[in-house]
Design a protein around this ligand. Sequence first.
Ligand code: ATP
Ligand code: ZN
Ligand code: MG
Length: 501
Amino acid sequence: MIYFDLRASFIFTKEISDLYSVFDNFFNNNTDKILSKNDEVGSTIEDFNINDNKLTIHLKSNQIVRANEALIRLKKELSNFIGFKFKIGIREVLINFFIIKIEADNGVDIETLPYVKNIDYENDRYIKIVFDTETEQKLTFSEIEKRIPDRIITLIKNKLEDYGGKNEHWELLWESEDKKFESNEDPTELMLNEGWIKRGYNRGQWIYGPEATYLFRTFEKIVLKELLEPLKYTEMIFPKLVSWDVWMKSGHAQGVYPEIYYVCPPKTRDPKYWEDVKNIYNITKEVPVDLIKEKIDVPIGGMCYAQCPSFWGFLQGETLASDQLPLKVYDHSGTSHRYESGGIHGIERVDEFHRLELVWVGTKEDTLEQAENLKKKYNHIFEDILEIKWRTAWVTPWFMAQEGKHGLSDMKDAGTVDYEALTPYNNKWIEIQNLSINANKYTKGFNVKSQDNKLLWSGCSGVGLERWAAAFISQHGLNSEKWPKKFKEYFKNMPKGIKTL
Ligand code: ATP
Ligand code: ZN
Ligand code: MG
C-alpha cells in the first residue's frame, strides 16, 4: 500500500472568508469527481479552513486517487465553480507539506532525490518520502502537475523490484553440437603475438593490422552475402554522435550514464579564447587538460553506444507508406564506444568496438517473421560457415537492460535472444551478438506511423565483429589452413601483414 498526506493552500483573487458553507457544500457535492475512481474512494478531505483569501485543505489518500491527483482535480473543479458563480479566480496553489509512505519489506539505498527533503525507512515498514516544501529546490504545484511525485514512486518501486531478486534473465534456448577445437589459447594473445593487432593509446582500444581487419571484413562479407542481400536489407549511415534527445526517446537516458563516452563542444570557437591553451602547450609541451575542462561546454550527448537509436531520427514523426513495409536496413559505418569496467580485457570486451547493426520495422507479424528469417540465416552462418560451438538464450530485453531494468518484458513476444560462443581457453561463453524484438518501443518513442494506421513494431540485431573474431580465433586458431572450408572460400588469401624489426 501507498499512503499520501498532503496539505495545500489555494490563494484566491478575492476575499472568501464568508464563503465557508459554500465550500463545505461544494466539497460534499463533488467527492465523486474529485476523490473517487470507478466509485472507489481514494482520497479524503481531512479538514479545511479559510483565512482572508486563502483556503487551506488537508488531503489523505491511498493509491486509488493519489492526494496529488486529487489536488489537481480539486483545482480544476474549484476554479470552474468559484469562477462561474462568484467571479473569483485562483491565483496560486501553495504546497504546505507532502509526505508519501510506501509499504515495503526493506529500504532502498537512495539518499537524495530532486524535490525530496528526506527519504527514510521507518519502523521496518514504510519508505517515507518527505517532500521539500521550503527551500529553493521545493516541490511546487507545477511539479505536481508534471507528475513528479508519481515518477518518484515509480523509481522507488523499480528499485524495490530489483531488491526482490528480479535478476538479469537468462534461459537457454538452443545449443550446438560439441566440437573438437583447433586451439586452446587466448585469441587476443594469439593475434598480439603474430602482430595482427596492437594496443591503441586509449583504454580498451586496439589498432587492427591488415590481417585482423581483413578477418573483420570477411565476417561482414559473409553477413552481406548470406543474410543481408538475400533478405533484402539496404545500407544506411547512422550518426555516431548521439544527442540527449535520441537517448531520451530510446530510453537510454534512464540508465546508461556510467558507460557513456561524453562529447563536449568548445564554449566558443573564437581563436582568442583558446590562445592561452595553445601557448601553454607550445611552451611546456604538456596539454593543459584542466584549463581545457574549463573551456568546454556541457556534454551535448555521447559517442554511439547501441547504434540503432540514432537511426530513428530518420523516421521521427513520419508516416511510412505501406509499400515500404517491412523496412529493412543496416549500418556498419562507424565505431561504438562504452566505458567498460576497468581491468585489462582482450578484444572481446573493449571500449571502442565495431558492430554491424540491422533494423527492421513492420507490423507485429512482419517483425516476428523477419526475426525468424534472420535466425535461420545466423544458424546457417555459425553451423556451416564459421563452424563454431554456439548457443542462444532468451534474456532480459536489451532495451530494458539499457534502461537499467531486469527481468522480462510485459509485452508478449517482445524480447532479446543473445547469441553466445564458447572460448575454449577459459571455458567461458561470450555474447557474440543479439537479436531483439522491440515491440512498439521505438515506433512509439519516435512517433512513427504506418499509412494504414496499423500498429508498427520493430526489431534490431547487433553483430559484434570483435566478439565474432574472439569466438572464431579461440576455437579455430590463427592458422588459416585449419579454418573451415566454406569460411576459407570467403576468406581467400591472407593479406600481407606489417612486420617490424
Ligand atoms: P555483454 O553482456 O557481453 O557486455 P551487452 O549485453 O552489453 O554484452 P549489448 O548491449 O546487447 O551487449 O550489445 C550488442 C552487441 O554489441 C553484443 O552482442 C556484442 O556483440 C557487442 N558489444 C557490446 N559491448 C561490447 C564491448 N564492450 N566490446 C565488444 N563488443 C561489444
Ligand atoms: Zn539495436
Ligand atoms: Mg555490456
